[in-house]
Write a protein that binds this ligand. Structure first.
Ligand code: NAD
Length: 267
């Protein structure tokens, strides 16, 4: 294949932006999408040199990978992320709102303070909501011009959208908010044939859960979930890849739980 052929093939690839894509669940999603042939924009807050090994690992799948650094909770940085993605890939096909934080400290809702509430809501809810608004407007514009343009939006929320944990209320509220955002964006973008999906992971082995390893090791042994193991980033990645590659064409607004059956009520 000559250089022109190879670059025009590159241009035909679909593109995906994964917020918080340089580690944990986001990286698991990035690997599955790279395997499926997507060019990737990886967003995160760390500087580019510290995520270079991760970017190189993704490039080894033979796809184009860029880093779109920025804090999704800040308006001007969301705009920078948007500009970086558009200037590299043109029109984005798949937005994956994955970045999120847990409260720094788990505190009983009788005592927890407002500062943590604001930080968690800014990053977990306001950030993805308005990043979606930016890309949704662009997707709508492209859809109006080219009706066969393929695109979708995927929100990574949590089983905490429905399961109450009284020692991290702000996290649960942020994820319940994302669940409503999924419905809102699905309803608004339906007329343009832009599906919006949600994934609710259960307990997944990442940096976010490292501090509660022993607790959940024991709970899994005692039957917390039907499948007696931790969830892995790739478990979430495979579901995101199914959504991103159009394997759920008539399911906009739907939620897929990736929790090993944790939320299946049993007697
Ligand atoms: P993680 O802490 O390993 O990774 C989160 C990523 O998001 C990191 O790369 C981090 O740098 C990035 N990030 C954080 N704040 C950001 C910001 N303001 N702007 C841009 N990027 C930011 O966490 P994870 O376990 O991989 O979680 C990923 C998503 O999955 C989160 O939304 C989390 O709430 C959700 N989730 C995780 C679990 C779990 O058990 N690990 C369960 C359910 C849902």
């Amino acid at each position: 294949m000559n250089k022109t052929e190879s670059s025009s093939q590159e241009n035909r690839r679909l593109s995906a932006l994964i917020t918080g894509g340089s580690r944990g669940i986001g990286f698991g999603i990035a690997k599955e999408l790279a395997k499926a042939g997507f060019n990737l924009a990886i967003n995160g807050v760390r500087n580019e040199s510290s995520v270079q090994p991760v970017l190189n690992e993704l490039k080894d799948f033979g796809v184009e990978v860029i880093y779109a650094q920025g804090d999704i909770s800040k308006k001007e940085e969301r705009l920078q992320i948007f500009d970086a993605v558009v200037s590299e890939f043109g029109n984005l096909n798949v937005l994956i709102n994955n970045a999120g934080i847990a409260p720094k400290e788990r505190k009983d809702i009788l005592e927890a303070g407002e500062e943590s509430f604001e930080t968690v809501l800014d990053i977990n809810l306001k950030g993805p909501y308005f990043l979606t608004q930016l890309f949704a407007n662009q997707m709508v514009k492209v859809k109006k011009e080219t009706s066969d343009f393929s695109c979708c939006i995927i929100n990574v929320s949590s089983i905490s959208a429905t399961v109450a944990s009284v020692n991290r209320g702000e996290y649960c509220i942020s994820k319940a908010g994302i669940a409503m955002a999924t419905k809102l964006w699905a309803a608004r973008l339906g007329e343009f044939d832009i599906p919006v999906y949600e994934i609710q992971p259960g307990v997944i082995k990442t940096d976010m859960t490292v501090g509660v390893t022993e607790k959940y090791d024991n709970l899994f042994k005692r039957g917390l979930s039907i499948q007696k193991r931790w969830g892995l980033p790739e478990d979430v990645g495979k579901v995101a890849a199914a959504m991103a590659t159009g394997m759920m064409p008539y399911s906009t607004g739907q939620v897929v739980l990736v929790d090993g059956g944790l939320t299946v009520q049993r007697l």
